[in-house]
Design a protein around this ligand. Structure first.
Ligand code: PSU
Ligand code: MN
Length: 311
């Protein structure tokens, strides 16, 4: 994909990988600015990049800095972003505006998919995608991540949708939008901090090569959109769903009482659950994102073997 008029600033490592055809994995930055507290956010971002490298691919962390779209951040830029406060959380609606006005922002799953596609990167690793919030029948809060998966050809590796969400409704919307959802290594959908949501996954594919082939077949059929790959959190790091359920309910009640809305909902819930679990949710989040990064690198290597996916 080559978008005229869209300059992308490639980090040195990413530029070298592009020149030599090495596999790339895109990484998002909202998890850094809005998903985890300082300083664990920076340490995790670095570890996730290293996990991609150790698995034989090159990480491309995506962000908008002073109006420029970056793919691959150098060490000072990553640290500055991790420490910054008041950074915009960019999704499909505001990515172009931030670029046009010289702003700085982190990219959500939706915005990172858009940037990955523009940079010719077929695979992207995150923690958990956004989805349909509990109470969405009243609030209408449904993440733009779901619609992005329906229209942008990037394979997204996650640990399921975040368990703060209404997971059955999230699956229903993904089905309506025609997004293939694969569980890896089990038949049920993972639930972010917990291995098992109790919901049957629509599809199961354990083999990174098959996941890459499925993306290529989608493109060959002329179907727009990506794929969602859901890996269970490693067993030793999981928090049982029964432990989390009352804490999630309490955090949701607080959000409703305080009138938290729009982009603030997910960061609010994540930080309250961090507090309510005494920090345990963060440890789990770190473990799952590392696991996802390693698997995304394996998929990227499969794409690399047979050429990039038509995007
Ligand atoms: N994964 C995590 N932590 C996060 C996110 C993903 O482990 O904070 C971010 C992603 O950027 C995702 C966003 O797109 O949360 C969802 O926000 P919303 O529900 O407002 O669409
Ligand atoms: Mn939302």
């Amino acid at each position: 994909m080559n978008l005229p008029g869209l300059p992308i600033v490639f980090g040195a490592e990413v530029a070298a990988a592009r020149a030599s055809g090495r596999p790339l994995v895109a990484l998002e930055s909202t998890i850094i600015t809005h998903g985890m507290p300082w300083p664990q956010n920076l340490a995790t971002a670095r570890r996730v990049e290293d996990a991609v490298r150790e698995a034989g691919a090159v990480p491309a962390t995506i962000a908008v800095l002073d109006g420029q779209l970056h793919a691959g951040l150098d060490a000072p830029a990553l640290e500055a972003l991790a420490q910054a406060t008041g950074v915009a959380k960019l999704s499909r609606a505001d990515l172009a505006v931030c670029l046009a006005t010289g702003g700085t922002g982190s990219t959500t799953v939706a915005a990172t998919m858009i940037a990955a596609r523009a940079a010719g990167i077929a695979v992207f690793a995150t923690g958990g995608i956004g989805g349909v919030h509990k109470g969405a029948e009243a609030s209408f809060d449904i993440s733009a991540d779901l619609h992005e998966l329906a229209q942008t050809p990037v394979t997204v590796v996650c640990a399921g949708a975040k368990a703060i969400l209404d997971l059955p409704k999230t699956l229903e919307v993904l089905e309506t939008l025609g997004v293939p959802v694969f569980a890896v290594g089990q038949d049920t959908l993972p639930a972010f901090w917990s291995q098992d949501s109790g919901l049957r996954a629509p599809l199961r594919l354990d083999d990174p090569a098959a996941i890459a082939r499925a993306a290529r077949m989608r493109a060959a059929l002329g179907l727009p959109g990506g794929q969602l790959v859901a890996l269970p959190i490693p067993a030793e790091a999981e928090i049982p769903a029964a432990t989390l359920a009352p804490l999630i309910a309490a955090a949701q009640t607080e959000a409703d009482t305080q009138g938290v809305s729009q982009k603030a909902v997910t960061p609010f819930l994540l930080s309250r659950i961090f507090e309510l679990t005494g920090g345990r949710s963060l440890d789990a989040n770190i473990a799952l994102v590392l696991n996802n990064a390693r698997f995304a690198a394996r998929i990227a290597r499969e794409f690399g073997r047979t050429g990039p996916c038509a995007a």
